[in-house]
Design a protein around this ligand. Sequence first.
Ligand code: HEM
Length: 460
Amino acid sequence: PTTIKPQQGSAPPKAKGGLPWIGQMFNFAANPYKFMEKVATTTGEIASFTMLGQNIVLLTGDEASEVFYRSTDDQLDQSAAYKLMTPIFGPGIIFDAPNDRKNEQLKMLMPALRMEAMRDHSHKIVQEVEDIIANWGDSGEIELVEFMKQLTINTASHCLLGREFRYELSEEFAHIYHDLEQGVNPLAYNFPNLPIPKFKRRDRARVRLQELVGAIVKKRTAQTEKPSDLFQSLIDMRYADGTKLDDNEITGMLIGAIFAGHHTSSGTAAWVLLELLKDRSLLRKTQAELDAILGENGEVSFNSVREMNILENVLKEVLRLHPPLIVLMRKVSQDLQFKNYTIKAGDMVWASPPVTHRLSRLFTNPLKFDPDRFSPERKEDKNLMAYQPFGGGRHKCSGNAFAMFQIKAIFAVLLRRYDFELMAPPETYVDDYTQMIVQPKSPSKIRYRMRKDHAHPMRG
Ligand code: HEM
């Protein structure tokens, strides 16, 4: 007997090339961005290929991206793609929790990360920038990517973890964080508990961090004055059924926020400076805006940062051409339709922000670095399924306000104090697409020199 199946379309077109079973693994590994761009341009907005026996469907452009971002958790499962994080976040946390629980937890991160919360965070961020450049002197050199990693872990530990980890425990936290980061390894997809030294150190660090978190929860509970950081916000949070988060959950969610926000923010911040130094006239325009808003001794504050439109558009354009997450993944749990194609349960679907961001049908002259495309007249970011550096739909980045605010605040301080110069030919500063979180290729050396005349930003 024949059964009538629900709407069945054809299989998504297959990209050319690849080996049996191994599929496109080597092509992907050689340069993930180039590979995805080629697949999208030769095969189209929906294109399939295999890797290690897994069928993958790449969805690019605004219409296909909509399938990726607008599907429900029952249709597309986030957890499979992030499984390697489970030993680091901890059992029962975010991607290791059932969907309802996961979404409740993700929502709990929002109050401390939304724009209003920046009123509390802005002076901490400014202070961290001032502190890190306090001993810079008149001139010198930095490795830009390393510098931004240090600065953004300082701001994140200050605003999210709080003073205890930032000051009293800063050295121990640096070791713990290092060991947790070393535990991010593709091996953990299939063998999370392999008895290798890296994974043992990862697990010890996770246990120790939870002890420290537990001690701080106790101490803060006894305190009358409560700090304004993500940590405190999680202590105060309740599930819908009224239960509090336990130490394991608070620890895991703090780690989750730090991991989601650290290299994404540091790489983006590094690119903002590199793009400004590749176009000195844009740098001068950006500095002139800062000088106009801040005057002689103006304070970088919640309100002043929000007026920095040129800087904001530079940052948006950096995120268009250099989004740090170049591939987002979900596992298909129920067959999906797109136009006359069926994407099968069991397949993986991928979205690729940098590929979609370079489509000329969505962005005019897409390869050009042009912050004016976000001006009120052009608004090229208004199609939310086209401009997608923070993803989209229900799982759009909840740290985007924090990330944008903090990067603007960092440059509001840095560009007012110092002039910068590239130390190598501009075309040698490029994206390193072999990193899991894409950032400028190292070394990325930069020279700085103190600005003598805030009043005359048009100089040099
Ligand atoms: C999710 C990008 C900074 C927290 C995401 C996603 C993207 C993204 C593309 C979606 C992932 C997916 O759909 O699979 C970025 C970029 C950042 C940044 C480009 C910086 C420039 C941050 C910061 C935080 C953060 C600073 C927290 C402090 C999160 C969280 C999620 C997320 C919690 C998961 C949201 C959910 O699944 O509901 N981010 N992010 N991000 N991001 Fe960010």
